[in-house]
Design a protein around this ligand. Structure first.
Ligand code: 3HC
Ligand code: NAI
Length: 690
């Protein structure tokens, strides 16, 4: 099957990319376009060209697999095609439907004109893959839309709706039928002998740019893009577009692209791109499983999590009821939702009308009977098995027979919750992360009896609610929290041995974590952390550090009480000698001689236990694949995306080195800290996670 179709519409050659699923410019596509351009240039009947995509999508970019394999460098490259296009002395118009992203948008930007469907989106998302637009994207975009717009759009990688693209000058018109209008424009331009407009030559928006904008933007991005390579290189490229000759600036972009492509960050982020898509797939579901359509939802409990979960549904345009025990609790929950939306409006990320629309979809209720029409009910009440069982018994009694009953528990046994209902097949865990209206991760937890349709429906919430979704098996803590206990537990052992909270958090934040483990403890609350720890049963040969308990008993609950592992001025952490006295007291009581701990030891000793438990989780089938764990940690626990997630890190670091670390920890901390059998098998076989 040809991947590029070529046909004549009178005197206009229509070159249509037809390469499922997303018309990526793989080598076959590039070869096809090169041949089509050559034919169109040579055919005297052809007076103009249109480039379009089939199945409602223009081109989603370079083929990402080829970037890793190096095939994207093979002739004809995107740049070769662009040189060929710019040499064709006939008008070329892009007909943009669906998405024109990355290399796809770079092709469109090389056309003389661009017409887009009203619902089309364009953009340069390369930064999300650890690279930058490598085919003149930073240059042509900047020339057409100006450096300010380019800085925002290309360092964020976010798609730009057609209407905004038109305002920015990135496209020339919006049409109901982009292809038909593109053909008309191409024909008219040829007939009128309109001068062919090359974005690479437009220079009015890059003439007299105040170069101070680049310094200011670097400052603005400093904390957001900490540790990353591509965003900074993108700023350099945009600055080059405004300060260097055209040839120099295009070459500069090329070199910057190559540097990013060779970086470990590119490898890590492309790993995550495919991991995120794999995570949606559940191999044991029958192929004909269809998710239940979710037209309405009910959330039980309007606390921290329930309110955020309700916002997710409202944001997706789905009516949602929020059920509370009392009018007072309900009003408090609804008030918080209102406050959150108002803050978004104030920030400019939501319009007043958008807020009103979302709020009109949220209905507060205090009566279980009111939620009998919901397709899914999600329980987000206190983390207490007795309360959960009571809520599920009531939900089972009132909800429609087809409705799915989900729990947002962060660690309780989903099988036990399902067992109190007459429909265990319709029960599942949907573990959202806090704040639920912001955090991207949804960790679904299948119970022993969850039916294929129940699982498929929970997985479909990912697309519906714009979440990154992973399926876990039912065990204490599921994937994320089960692993976390070893990570935060090890942080306390390091404190006992001689580290300080500042040192541990500095090392982990230096690695790229959004927050170090002790700052996270203070944020979540040391009362919450200690109550989870108390409920945990551990083998006789194992111990927990007493530090958390002592911190809790000292009333140091964290940010909420103004002191925990730090003292707080608002949210600002301040070192506190009192906590060191407490920690040193623990070392003394345990007879541990405190020592200077090197930063490298801290990093490895915190990451290895995370990986080790992850390996057990894979071996037990709790996670379907190792890369699912990377998705959980990057999207739910602040693991730096450009390091690829803990399991990806471990493979790079070396399984043998992880094992060596665990052997030492196992000897001092107990059985659960010994190397996972899967790691030993992988180290012996020399294989990676598969
Ligand atoms: N290359 C290869 N495969 C791609 C791809 C690409 N650019 N984009 C998507 N795919 C694949 C996915 O892996 C998935 O495969 P699977 O079904 O086997 O899992 C399939 O296409 C469908 O993708 P999604 O599940 O993401 O489908 P959606 O409909 O939800 O989203 C999309 C479609 C918006 C196009 C989204 O896939 C996307 O954002 N793709 C990436 C776009 C991108 O990053 N482009 C830049 C590439 S780099 C580049 O162009 C370099 C250049 O500057 C030189
Ligand atoms: P919360 O204490 O803020 O809210 C719980 C709400 O449930 C309260 O408003 C309470 O009035 C209401 N409630 C209690 N019993 C009820 C009942 N029988 N019917 C209706 N409403 C009832 O708790 P939070 O933090 O929102 O946690 C809820 C669940 O989400 C827990 O299972 C928790 O483990 C889980 N979770 C919490 C996270 C967090 O960071 N807070 C993160 C992920 C999951």
């Amino acid at each position: 099957m040809p991947v590029v179709n070529y046909r004549l519409d009178g005197n206009v050659a229509v070159i249509e990319i037809d390469h499922p699923p997303v018309n990526a410019t793989s080598i076959e596509v590039r070869e096809g376009i090169a041949v089509a351009l050559k034919d169109a240039a040579a055919d005297p009947v052809v007076e103009a060209l249109v480039i379009a995509g089939s199945r409602g999508i223009f081109i989603a970019g370079a083929d990402i697999k080829e970037i890793s394999s190096g095939i994207s460098n093979k002739f004809p490259t995107l740049r070769d095609l662009q040189a060929q296009m710019e040499a064709v002395p006939k008008p070329i118009v892009a007909a943009i439907t669906g998405t024109a992203l990355g290399g796809g948008f770079e092709i469109a930007l090389t056309c003389h004109w661009r017409i887009a469907a009203a619902d089309a989106k364009v953009g340069l998302p390369e930064v999300k893959l650890g690279i930058l637009p490598g085919a003149g994207g930073t240059q042509r975009f900047t020339r057409l839309a100006g450096p300010e717009a380019a800085l925002e759009a290309i360092t964020s990688g976010n798609p730009i709706p057609a209407k905004r693209a038109l305002e920015l000058g990135l496209i020339d018109a919006i049409a109901d039928d982009a292809l038909a209008d593109a053909v008309v424009l191409a024909r008219t331009a040829a007939a009128d002998r309109r001068p062919l407009r090359l974005a690479s030559e437009v220079d009015d928006k890059i003439a007299a740019v105040d170069t101070a904008i680049f310094g200011a933007f670097r400052k603005k991005l400093a904390s957001k893009a900490r540790g990353q390579l591509a965003p900074w290189k993108i700023i350099d490229c945009i600055e080059a577009a405004c300060t260097r000759t055209r040839e120099e600036a295009f070459n500069f972009e090329r070199e910057a692209f190559n540097e990013c492509r060779e970086s470990p960050q590119r490898k890590a982020l492309i790993h995550l791109f495919f991991a995120e898509r794999e995570a949606k797939k559940v191999p044991d579901l029958p192929a004909d499983t269809r998710p239940l359509p979710i037209r309405s939802a009910a959330i039980v409990g309007a606390g921290t999590m329930g309110g955020g979960i309700a916002m997710n549904f409202a944001n997706a345009g789905i009516p949602v009821q929020l059920l509370e025990l009392s009018q007072e609790a309900l009003d408090r929950g609804l008030g918080l939702i209102q406050k959150n939306y108002a803050a978004s409006v104030k920030r400019g990320s939501l319009t007043e009308a958008g807020m009103e629309r979302a709020l009109s979809l949220i209905q507060g209720v205090t009566d279980y009977d009111a939620i009998n029409g919901a397709d899914i009910a999600i329980e987000a009440v206190f983390e207490d098995m007795k309360v959960k069982k009571d809520v599920f018994t009531r939900l089972d009694a009132v909800c429609a027979p087809h409705a799915i009953l989900a729990t947002n528990t962060s660690s309780l046994d989903v099988d036990a919750i399902a067992a109190v209902t007459q429909r265990p097949q319709s029960v599942i865990g949907t573990h959202f992360f806090s704040p639920a209206n912001v955090m991207k991760l949804l960790e679904n937890v299948r119970s022993k009896h969850s039916s294929p349709q129940t699982i498929a429906t929970a997985m479909s919430l990912g697309k519906l609610l714009n979440k990154v979704v992973v399926l876990a098996g039912n065990c204490d803590g599921f994937i994320g929290n089960r692993m976390l206990q070893f990570y935060s537990g090890e942080a306390e052992f390091l404190l006992e041995e001689g580290a300080t909270p500042e040192q541990i958090d500095r090392v982990m934040e230096g690695f790229g974590f959004a927050m170090g483990p002790l700052a996270v403890r203070d944020l979540a609350g040391n009362d919450v952390g200690y109550s989870i720890r108390k409920a945990r049963k551990i083998p006789a040969d194992e111990r927990f550090s007493p530090i958390l308990q002592r911190v809790f008993e000292a009333g140091r609950l964290g940010q909420k009480s103004g002191k925990g592992f730090y003292r707080y001025d608002g949210r600002t952490r301040i070192s506190d000698p009192e906590i060191m006295t407490l920690i040193e007291g623990v070392s003394r009581d345990l007879g541990i001689a405190r020592r200077e701990i090197p930063d490298e030891e801290i990093l490895v000793r915190l990451l290895c236990p995370l990986v080790n438990e992850g390996a057990k989780i894979v071996d037990e089938g709790i996670a379907i694949r190792a890369s699912d764990i990377d998705i959980v940690y990057v999207n739910g626990y602040g693991f730096p995306s450009y390091k690829g997630g803990p399991m990806f890190w471990a493979q790079d670091f070396g399984f043998d080195k992880v094992i060596a670390t665990m052997q030492k920890l196992g000897a001092t901390h107990g059985r659960r800290w010994r190397p996972a059998p899967l790691l030993e098998r992988l180290a012996a076989s020399g294989k990676g996670w598969s």
